[in-house]
Design a binder for this molecule. Structure first.
Ligand code: MSP
Length: 517
């Protein structure tokens, strides 16, 4: 079985989950589910990033010890996964003993290879970004406040002894690696940004802090804890059981895909490969960096209090509609704006009308006119054959799109088939054939049932609950719910359960939730 290992970033536990975190998790979940549907052995990892000054400060503000605070917030991220139907295979926490071991081992290997040395750090640091900045990356405001120009996060001057990673020594190797692997970092715009940063010259990276304690201890130097990004990136190795070569998941390294937001592409596409090179380990195959969401035109932020809570979004719209909307609304890689009106419009037009009505019309005709029985395949007209050929080519097209993480494009390919099926049902008008040509009516309904089978299976990674309902109503056996199974016709003569609506309109959803008076 081909193997596929993909990861989300591990989420900082300094605050509660919001739409931004939900986005990365949902996208990764769709890709994981698609690979499973395609017969791959998948390892899908998510988790929480629990060390560092930012978490330590948030714990202090909450009046809790860092570990107790991390326990609380990490549990909320776990719940976010449940609420969104995320099918991860492991949830890693960076405070687990398995992770402390892996960090120490990676450090020692890099050190043994001469990539780590003791020095003195003096420069700008942003706790919010957990990142060091050069003087050329800083802006001073009129009131004297200093900010990191790009992220607008406050910075402070830090002066302390520090262990350094010899990043400058990896510049040529990193450049050669990126040039030999043009698909390593996508989308292309992000790759170009990274290449120009890389070409502008790399300075050594401070990878330990001596001014606070909440981190992974540096081996043989009790005064230092590791820089949170050295610790955090290592989680992807930890989860494979590294450094134990006999661990059950050892064969999953190197990862096939790290999915990340655009602001952390540099950490994944520069620092992480350099750390791995320093320890003589294979590099991941790809990093895809997605865009950012605003909400009704505004940047999401704690101070604005507009960080949308994934649980509330699921209560309002339903989890499948939310999953569908955020992957459909903007090409994956671009920024997006979350608007209530836009999600409601898509729910009504695309889910309830295009897809829901297609299923409803077909299934109720089968129920009424064929005693609910799925007919055997009949002779095909040119129209039937063309449409079924479009359905048959869909899995290969989707593989192509998913391999490029083109998630909105994959949905558009499926929607092309849905629109073609709607045009077909209108044109063939099977309801009018009952008296005039009942055999042809059977054949038309059979074509529609086959199309719905393909649509139900290929949409399963995006909307697992609703598509399970659809496939149940189509009486598709479990064994026929995979991409490979779409090539074999379903048996005729099978009785389908009574049809029921799959996607109520948004207004109807709200009515159903309102308490009965
Ligand atoms: N802990 C680091 C990642 C370490 S990975 C080894 C981190 N955590 S985070 O909680 O701040 O962010 C995690 C993810 O959420 C990132 O991929 C980030 O892009 C995403 N989002 C946070 N806010 C977002 C939006 N407003 N919109 C879309 N995604 C954004 O970074």
């Amino acid at each position: 079985m081909p193997r596929f290992y993909l990861t989300t970033p591990i989420y900082y536990v300094n605050g509660d989950p919001h739409l931004g975190h939900a986005y990365t998790s949902i996208a990764a979940d769709v890709i994981a589910r698609f690979h499973r549907l395609d017969g791959d052995e998948v390892f899908f990892l998510t988790g929480t990033d629990e060390h560092g000054q930012k978490v330590e400060k948030a714990a202090q503000a909450a009046g809790l010890a860092p570990q107790a605070f991390a326990d609380q917030v990490s549990a909320r991220f776990r719940r976010m996964s449940e609420v969104l139907n995320i099918s991860h295979d492991d949830f890693i926490r960076t405070t687990e003993p398995r992770h402390l071991r892996a960090c120490a081992e990676l450090w020692q290997r890099a050190q043994a290879n001469g990539a780590i040395y003791l020095g003195h750090y003096e420069g700008w640091y942003s706790v919010r970004d957990e990142a060091f900045y050069g003087t050329d990356e800083i802006e001073t405001l009129a009131d004297g406040t200093r900010l990191a120009r790009e992220s607008r996060a406050p910075v402070e001057w830090v002066r302390e002894p520090s262990w350094f990673f010899r990043l400058s020594a990896y510049q040529d190797k990193l450049l050669a690696f990126h040039e030999a692997n043009p698909d390593f970092l996508a989308p292309a715009a992000r790759r170009n940004e990274l290449l120009s940063f890389l070409k502008s010259g790399l300075t050594d990276l401070s990878i330990s802090r001596a001014s606070f304690r909440w981190g992974v201890p540096v081996p043989n130097d009790p005064d230092h804890v590791m820089y949170v990004w050295f610790d955090a990136l290592t989680n992807y190795l930890t989860a494979t059981g590294w450094p134990d070569p006999a661990a059950p998941r050892a064969g999953f390294w190197p990862a096939d895909l790290h999915l990340v937001g655009k602001e952390i592409a540099r950490f994944h596409a520069l620092y992480w490969p350099a750390f791995l090179m320093a320890a003589d380990l294979p590099l991941p195959r790809r990093v895809f960096s997605h865009g950012w969401w605003t909400v009704e035109g505004e940047k999401m932020s704690k101070s604005a209090g507009n960080g949308l809570d994934p649980t509330e979004l699921v209560e309002t719209y339903g989890r499948d509609a939310l999953r569908y909307f955020i992957l459909r609304e903007v090409p994956f890689g671009n920024d997006g704006d979350f608007r209530h009106e836009a999600i409601v419009t898509r729910m009504d037009r695309e889910l309830a009308n295009d897809l829901g009505n297609l299923a409803q019309r077909t299934l109720s005709l089968v129920a009424r006119n064929l005693d609910g029985t799925r007919p055997a395949p009949g002779p095909r007209t040119d129209d039937d054959a063309a449409l079924l050929a479009q359905a048959a080519s869909l899995p290969a097209e989707l593989r192509g799109a998913i391999d490029r993480q083109a998630l909105a494009e994959a949905l558009e390919q499926i929607w092309k088939l849905i629109r073609a099926a709607n045009a077909y049902i209108d044109h063939q008008a099977p309801w009018a054939l009952k008296k005039a040509n009942p055999t042809r009516m059977e054949d038309v309904l059979r074509v529609l049932l086959d199309l719905l089978h393909t649509i139900g299976v290929t949409l399963t990674p995006f909307m697992p609950d609703a598509m399970a309902k659809l496939l149940d109503q189509l009486a598709v056996p479990e064994t026929a719910r995979s991409l490979a199974a779409l090539a074999s016709p379903l048996a005729g003569g099978v009785i389908l359960p009574a049809p029921a609506a799959i996607f109520p309109r948004f207004a109807a959803r709200l009515d159903a939730r309102a308490p009965a008076c």
